[in-house]
Ligand binder design. Structure first.
Ligand SMILES: [Fe+2]
Ligand SMILES: [Fe+2]
Ligand SMILES: [Fe+2]
Length: 414
């Protein structure tokens, strides 16, 4: 198994960038919540790992939200179905050993203090969860004012009053008192502006070093990214999983090293992460796309690059992932690279992506059989779009490829 050198804070930062895209309109929500939570924690006298855990949980607290529609609802002060994304966020983090300790915090980031205080959980978890709840609501209330910074200064008392009104009911009294202290200064509110938040989080990111991680550990982090993007639409569910399995399988057919095969799997899981920027409606549209919509869809592979570029140690994987819409004749996007400038691995991911998409049911057509897919892949080779060598390997194992792509047995040939 390959060893990777990854800075966990960088990976979390990229995850929060990915989550930011879901919001489309108000970015940096997770980062602002993390900043405010950390300020409260320090005022409470918390230190070291306790503050860092809170910061990580805060930045990731909305991992269970990948649909733009859910995101819009969460921007209301109160919403009955908010529990769902807490449970989903908890499950996601539980699947990753390095982040699993944060799962109960995320699970309860919308639990009222009146119920949470009597739950059988460590005090530290309860306070961290409630701290995130409090500052999360502050951020939601701030949105109305954030467009214009001066307005935020004028609106802060209104926001503070709303929080005080929930003291002891939604929020732990001690936390409310601490929040009132830290939020009494102009500096606190002005720090919520984009450039300050980014600076604050960059410092946090630089506080840790890269650490050796084995494939399983890195994969469990990467799975969080892919789960979030696949959960966005019923039609793309398990798309990233299927592309990852197929890309890895094709790697073995080319007798690539075990390390390269692992990296192919990771690139497959990550290739469409930039799709988080796309509104759900666009991904599920059955009619032809307008030129504007097509242009918007086309930016997703560059967005994949933009999200992942901050993670040192993952440069090659990022490149393969971001090049999945490049075409042999240079007609692809976003870089217009021709075959000679594309690595074998990037060409494999591109073929795996097309194969999986064709094997999957889409809003505008049914799932295609291995034979029908082969016909289309051959056509794309003749048109100079897909790599001949890679498609030749697929042609020798169409049933196996279909199985990897869909996770189920191929239908019998007709
Ligand atoms: Fe939130
Ligand atoms: Fe894509
Ligand atoms: Fe894709």
């Amino acid at each position: 198994m390959g060893q990777y050198n990854i800075n966990l804070h960088e990976a979390i930062y990229s995850l929060s960038d990915a989550l930011d895209l879901v919001g489309v309109t108000h970015i940096h929500h997770g980062k602002r919540v993390a900043f405010m939570a950390a300020e409260c924690a320090k005022r409470m006298g918390w230190q070291g790992k306790r503050v860092d855990d809170l910061f990580q949980a805060a930045i990731l607290h909305d991992s269970g939200v990948s649909k733009t529609v859910v995101h819009e609802r969460l921007a209301q002060f109160e919403w009955e179905q908010e529990n769902e994304h807490c449970v989903l966020g908890e499950q996601l983090l539980q699947g990753c050993p390095l982040l699993a300790p944060l799962a109960p915090i995320v699970r309860h980031h919308h639990t009222h203090w009146s119920a949470l205080k009597d739950m059988d959980l460590p005090e530290e978890i309860k306070l961290s969860a409630n701290c995130i709840y409090l500052v999360d609501r502050v951020d939601v209330l701030s949105l109305a004012f954030l467009m214009d910074e001066d307005n935020l200064l004028l609106g802060r008392q209104q926001i503070r009053d709303k929080i005080i009104a929930k003291r002891g009911d939604w929020f732990c009294p001690e936390l409310v008192d601490v929040f009132m202290e830290v939020s009494s200064s102009e500096a606190f509110w002005l720090s919520l502006e984009n450039e300050h938040i980014d600076g604050y989080v960059s410092v946090w990111m630089s506080e840790t070093r890269q650490q050796p991680m084995d494939f399983a550990a890195l994969r469990s982090i990467v799975r969080i990214f892919s789960f979030i993007v696949d959960a966005k639409s019923a039609f793309t569910r398990q798309h990233s999983d299927g592309v990852a399995r197929l890309a890895r399988y094709l790697g073995t057919l080319f007798e690539l090293s075990e390390d390269s095969c692992e990296m192919l799997e990771l690139a497959g899981l990550l290739h469409d992460i930039g799709k988080l920027r796309q509104p759900d409606t666009l991904l599920e549209k059955t009619e032809c796309l307008t030129p504007e919509e097509y242009a918007h869809i086309q930016r997703h592979s560059f967005d994949t690059y933009a999200i992942l570029r901050n993670i040192k140690g993952m440069e090659t994987i990022t490149q393969w992932a971001a090049q999945h819409h490049e075409r042999s004749d240079g007609s692809g996007y976003p870089y217009h690279l021709t075959n000679s400038r594309l690595s074998l691995e990037a060409r494999i991911v591109a073929v795996a992506d097309v194969f999986q998409a064709l094997a999957q049911k889409r809003p505008y057509r049914d799932s295609l059989s291995p034979d029908a897919i082969m016909e289309m892949l051959d056509e794309m080779v003749s048109d100079g779009k897909l790599d001949r060598e890679v498609v030749r390997q697929v042609a020798q194992h169409p049933q196996e490829c279909w199985q990897r792509a869909t996770g189920s047995e191929a239908p019998p040939a007709q």
